[in-house]
Design a protein around this ligand. Structure first.
Ligand code: ZN
Length: 288
């Protein structure tokens, strides 16, 4: 066979091969479309289920996974004096100093965390590993999240996922930016706090306000004396106290005030505990 003839033959053979291949694919595609195999059906079914599950995860409550810290607190006896030290807006550089102070007295605190900086997961894990309680304070801490139920829960799910990825703990404890009584949310959506307080409960969350305020956020840097005085002013007035403090970068005086606050409550016979689904709950009056 000449080289020219040989080339013509190979081209013809190749063309024939592709025609046969195309025909085989066409027959296969037709038979699949008219009679989907069991395997095809299952694959479609599985991917649909995944999609549905994912949508549910994003729009309603996240899946609960072990381990959970929900049962870490002890339900107070009637009339029992219990103090819950709570720290919002962290983690920051102050977090380990706060934990060191708490550790010196064998006390656990509750940290309502936000996405305070990229990489904050490491510190969130440290809070968890050192046995303190973690609560969700939203991812962004922006009041724009109060625009709608969807924008609020999208933000909450983000911090929930961040905490889950850092600790393996699916947190169900929540504190609203500004508390449930905040009125700034009116600017974004009328009635949103009434909706969210009910919806959080529907989705298995517990939200916590406070019934005592350290006033460490009342000014840029409040004095240690002011923070201590305000923090201990409820001693003898209330049996169960949820004290609001802040784990923000500027709140160095909160760290300094802690030993005096802890000693005052300890000496007054209060038991220290973390917030949990079993603990005392303080709710403000909802104003929007
Ligand atoms: Zn806050």
């Amino acid at each position: 066979m000449s080289r020219k003839k040989k080339n013509q033959f190979s081209r013809a053979a190749m063309a024939a091969f592709f025609i046969v291949l195309a025909a085989v694919f066409a027959v296969l595609a037709f038979s699949r479309a008219s009679h989907p195999s069991k395997q095809t059906m299952q694959t479609v079914g599985e991917s649909l289920t995944d999609e549905v599950t994912q949508t549910v995860t994003e729009t309603t409550q996240p899946p609960i996974a072990a381990p959970t810290r929900a049962d870490t607190g002890k339900t107070p006896e009637p009339g029992e004096k219990v103090i819950y030290l709570t720290f919002d807006d962290g983690p920051t550089e102050n977090t380990s100093k706060i934990m060191d102070a708490l550790d010196r007295y064998g006390v656990k605190g509750t940290f309502f965390v936000v996405h305070s900086y990229d990489g904050c997961e490491k510190q969130i894990k440290e809070i968890y590993d050192r046995g303190h309680q973690i609560g969700l304070h939203t991812y962004s801490h922006r009041y724009e999240i109060y625009r709608s139920q969807d924008t609020y829960f999208a933000d909450l799910n983000k911090i929930s996922d961040l905490v889950y990825n850092a600790t393996g703990y699916r947190c169900k404890l929540v504190r609203f930016p500004g508390g449930s009584s905040n009125t700034i949310s009116r600017k974004y959506c009328s009635g949103i706090m009434s909706t969210l307080t009910k919806e959080l409960t529907n989705r298995g969350y517990t939200y916590f306000d406070w019934n005592a305020d350290s006033f460490d956020a009342s000014e840029r840097v409040a004095s240690v004396e002011k923070i201590v005085n305000r923090s201990v002013s409820s001693i003898g007035q209330l049996d169960q106290i949820i004290l609001l403090m802040h784990d923000a970068l500027l709140k160095t005086t909160t760290v300094e005030a802690l030993p005096q606050i802890i000693e005052a409550y300890r000496d007054a016979g209060y038991r220290f505990d973390v917030l949990s689904e079993n603990s005392f709950v303080a709710h403000h009056t909802v104003n929007n």
